[in-house]
Design a protein around this ligand. Structure first.
Ligand SMILES: Nc1nc2c(c(=O)[nH]1)N[C@H]1C(S)=C(S)[C@@H](COP(=O)(O)O)O[C@H]1N2
Ligand SMILES: [Mo]
Length: 409
């Protein structure tokens, strides 16, 4: 289940203004502009599908507003047609609880404790000198990305497919930061907390943990940089965790605590939430085992054309988009029609295991409408996007083949 603090249903002008009360980030002026400046239809089945589209959110370019406070901003799909790196001002934003609107870097400390030899409190300089500086290009994707497309509908933020983006993250290895305190033998997991606190009394803090073998990976970062800039406040200034290939629920922002555990993690957001059925279920199933969502599956998107677009009949047609392997290298992308394979796609430059990869394909001659075409990504380890939605009650880890219809004219 989700945290229960997500706005559900339609964003009315009244709701926007009410939600904006008293926060410097979201002055009433902004709320009025949101209504005037535009609306986008996310194509969500079974409920309100339109959302405000605004260029006015502080620090952001044009974004889809799912909620103002705490912010939930979605990236329009057209951004992914412009390149494989998502600019900082177009990266989606997700905070479970309220976010601090300022952080004093000089006073910021990261406490490293729990099952360690000597607990330490690290300044930003201490973190920067903890080890080699490295950069990883990796996709930041919410586990609920595309949840709003679930049919039947599920609870939680009704995202279209724009709760994802790819950036170059720079920082030091988490394992080098852990070495500052010295991890005890018998350590099982590493848990992270940020500066944000629950909005409701007694509600669980947003803390997340990863298994020790993942924490010790060479590409798991305590990051301070995003596309060559300091992390924006919305994306976790001054430090965030980056776990390439894993859903970004684990990428804790405004990192303030690192805690080494010696048992399983029974905290809410690991033990109770962000979980999927252990085996496929149907919407009628009520009693099933669950597992935590972890690594991302492959996905691919057509970005050059929107659903319902009109294309020229009797001419060649080039389609373009992005694909991702998830936690394994992308092997291929295929254009598929209603009855199966149409054509293999050509892959663009490889920008790293965890990055988006551009694909293109040319249909030699468009003779008629192209109903329900899609692209299907497969990894070198044999994971292939399914034809049928992997439906689950929280709409997590969607990776069904996404389809659009093009009209020939
Ligand atoms: N401190 C903190 N970190 C957090 C969260 C949060 O609520 N608080 N949300 C997580 C979730 S669920 C997602 S999808 C990503 C979103 O990262 P972004 O806002 O930089 O795109 O941050 C993760 N890290
Ligand atoms: Mo998320």
């Amino acid at each position: 289940m989700t945290s229960g603090n997500d706005a559900s249903g339609k964003l009315t002008r009244r709701a926007l203004i009410a939600g904006a009360g008293g926060v410097a980030l979201t002055a009433p002026v902004l709320a009025q502009k949101l209504i005037r400046e535009g609306v986008i239809d996310l194509g969500l089945p079974g409920g309100p599908s339109e959302r405000p589209l605004t260029p006015s959110f502080p620090g952001k370019g044009e974004m889809i507003v799912q909620r103002i406070r705490p912010p939930l901003l979605e990236t329009p799909m057209s951004v992914f047609n412009e390149g494989t790196i998502t600019p900082n001002d177009r990266m989606f934003v997700r905070w479970n609880w309220d976010m601090p609107t300022s952080v004093k870097a000089a006073a910021h400390r990261v406490a490293v404790g729990g099952a360690v030899k000597a607990p330490v409190s690290l300044t930003l300089d201490d973190i920067a000198s903890a080890g080699e500086h490295i950069e990883v290009t990796a996709i930041n994707q919410c586990a609920g990305n595309g949840r709003g497309l679930s049919d039947p509908r599920v609870t939680g933020t009704q995202w279209g497919n724009g709760a994802m983006g790819c950036a170059r993250w720079s920082g030091v290895r988490l394992k080098d930061v852990l070495a500052k305190a010295g991890v005890d033998a018998g350590a099982t997991r590493v848990r992270f907390a940020g500066l944000d606190v629950p909005l409701t009394d007694g509600a669980p803090q947003f803390i997340k943990s990863i298994p020790m073998d993942i924490a010790m990976r060479d590409d798991v970062l305590v990051a301070w940089g995003m596309n060559g800039e300091p992390l924006p406040l919305l994306h976790g200034y001054p430090l965030r965790i980056v776990v390439p290939g894993w859903f970004s629920t684990y990428w804790v922002k405004m990192l303030s605590t690192i805690e080494v555990l010696t048992s399983e993690d029974d905290s809410y957001y690991v033990a109770k939430s962000y979980r999927v059925p252990a085996a496929p279920i149907t919407p009628e199933d009520k009693d099933f085992d669950t597992v935590a969502i972890t690594a991302m599956p492959p996905r691919a998107f057509i970005t050059s054309h929107a659903d319902g677009a009109v294309v020229a009949r009797g001419k060649p047609l080039t389609l373009r988009g992005i694909a991702m392997g998830g936690d394994a290298a992308l092997a291929r992308v295929d254009l598929v029609g209603e009855d199966g394979l149409l054509l293999p796609c050509k892959l663009g430059p490889d920008e790293g295991l965890f990055a988006y990869r551009e694909w293109t394909v040319t249909i030699p001659n468009v003779a008629a409408d192209l109903p329900n075409i899609g692209v299907r990504a497969a990894t070198i380890t044999g994971a292939v996007q399914p034809d049928k939605l992997n439906w689950n009650p929280s709409g997590y880890a969607r990776n069904v083949i996404e389809r659009i219809t093009l009209r020939a004219s």
